[in-house]
Design a protein around this ligand. Sequence first.
Ligand code: IVH
Length: 674
Amino acid sequence: MTDITDAKKAIAQLRQEIERHNHLYYVEARPELSDFDFDRLLEQLLSLERQFPELVTPDSPSQRVGGTITREFPSVLHREPMLSLSNTYSLLEVEEFYNRVRKLLLLEGVAEQKMVAELKFDGVAVSLLFRDGLLVRGATRGDGRQGDDITANLKTIATIPLRLEDRLVGDLQGEEREVEVRGEVFMRKDDFECLNESRPEEDRFANPRNATAGTLKLQDSAEVARRRMCFVAYYLKGLKDESIAHFSRLELLSQFGFYTGDHYRLCHEVQDINAFIEAWAAKRWQLPYETDGVVLKLNDVRFWEKLGATAKSPRWAIAYKYPAQQARTVLNNVLFQVGRLGTITPVAELEPVLLAGSTVSRSTLHNFDEIERLGVMIHDRVIIEKSGEVIPKVVRIIPEERPADAKPVLPPMHCPSCQSLLVRPENEVSYYCPNEEECPAQIKGRVLHFASRNAMDIQTLGDALVEQLVARKLVKDPGDLYFLKEPQLEKLERMGQKSALNILRALANSREKSYEQLLYALGIRHVGRATARELSQACPSIDVLQQASEEQLATVPDIGPVVARSIIDYFAKPSWPQLLEKLRTAGLPLCASEPREQVNSNFEGLSVLFTGGLDRYDRQRASELVLERGGRVVGSVSKKTGMVVAGLDPGSKLQKALKLGVRVVSEDEFEAML
Ligand code: IVH
């Protein structure tokens, strides 16, 4: 391509395509392209940009910071290939595996065969290299032979020690005393939910594994740190004494300071293995993280090499995967929900059914493409599935059981809330309600978002209350909240003087929130908490922000062309000047406050663990406070834990801390230290 106008066009198209696939992959978890094809697209873009360097803009996905482009990390070669495991869903095959291993051991004259059963963590595999006790490199699996060097990101994970204790390093082998630890990076369910809550609805991750994969590829390790990922170690190589069994290696890892999972067991016979698998089939739903199976490894490491490996997986281990939990039920109806951005989401109303420990009566159908793909009709018998922590989904219908009264699911013509004629933009899978300003459902969505925990945190403003405020036209935008009067509130259903005063007090308190939180609370499409933080630093007042050009915005870290455009569109809305006026009159934080006084370093070098609920801080805020003061936040107790903050209803970690003699403090003492 020699013509610059053609190149410009092609580049614009490629950028749009790449952004779309990024979104499909990271956010919606339904990639349409293989990694290979995606890389090809990216390669085309890079090649055009090399030919026409004058067309490179800071907002090109090729330049994206905090982005998703793996080639921004240097590649590294693994010491030995990072293999995967062979998977099975059958207990019979587990037994066959056991017998295969036994044959070999018997041939070698070994009668005793112990297996280690571990939980299979659903995350992202990484390899850590320690040289002379120091963490020198952390890498993703990549294609098994070479992966991405993501050391800086991995160093933010509290359960990865940066140095192995000297006393233990003595055991390590080789001149350089190199040791490799492999394991899984994962996100706890509560941290995952917290992260998603802080992201705009349209950018949420589908499950903790996707969130982990997306986070590990960020370029901004400060943001990675905020997302609180965990690491579980399950493989150690490089000991001087190579005969140390796998179970003991796990114990060693734990002495090094790694988290190794709390539940692995040594199994002496195949019955023990079956019992372990069976026990966790149900109990795993109660774990704070996702597991999708059990991994079995031969304990006696001396035979690992003899057993060898196929091209893909070692023969000394196998993964048993739990079948996804399914249930059959009836789809009674399909409702249409209107989001705060006007998106119409079809929701299946199901005959309530028990699935993986909870009753399910609703499930999202995402959009009309999904309804078509499933071929689902109202009154159909359907199979729903829950895999991991994901919200249950309809996976298929049972066509042979379709009742005579089955009715097709018709796309709605009108908004279920305001009756406006819906639109479906070209190339989009969703319908939208175009009545942005007046649609009660959209107003309600915006007000609820404004009041949500990570935004202005006005806890007394619940769904039912906002519904009434909007229906009675007392509130048309979040700004109106601040002009509500006590008598107006008292007249509402289920509201007395006391609750009315509580609400007014909560609203008044919310004026103390930060400018950054306010930016997030506005609900600008694609502006989550992290983006709001960047924006608040780059544009320290709303007046500066609303004047910024698209080009200026695109130079802010983490802000790509799509986000920049969306910010411009937001401030161009006809209703914005009115909202701004109300927010100003109400005294809300419309500019960044003076840099806060230097915080102390009372937590310098201290690893802190929270257990139980705190009264005055949510977990995320409490963790940030510790980080700001030089400390680290950890997820499990060991002798090296510096301090445990015990809140209401502390878990078993408190017991463990007391047993190990770790210092335990109350919320009050914690606050005093802050
Ligand atoms: S052992 C050569 N142990 O599951 C040793 N893997 O489906 C290979 N995984 O690639 C891994 N929990 O990413 C092992 N306790 C565990 C695991 C585990 C999760 C992952 C790992 C592996 C994949 C195989």
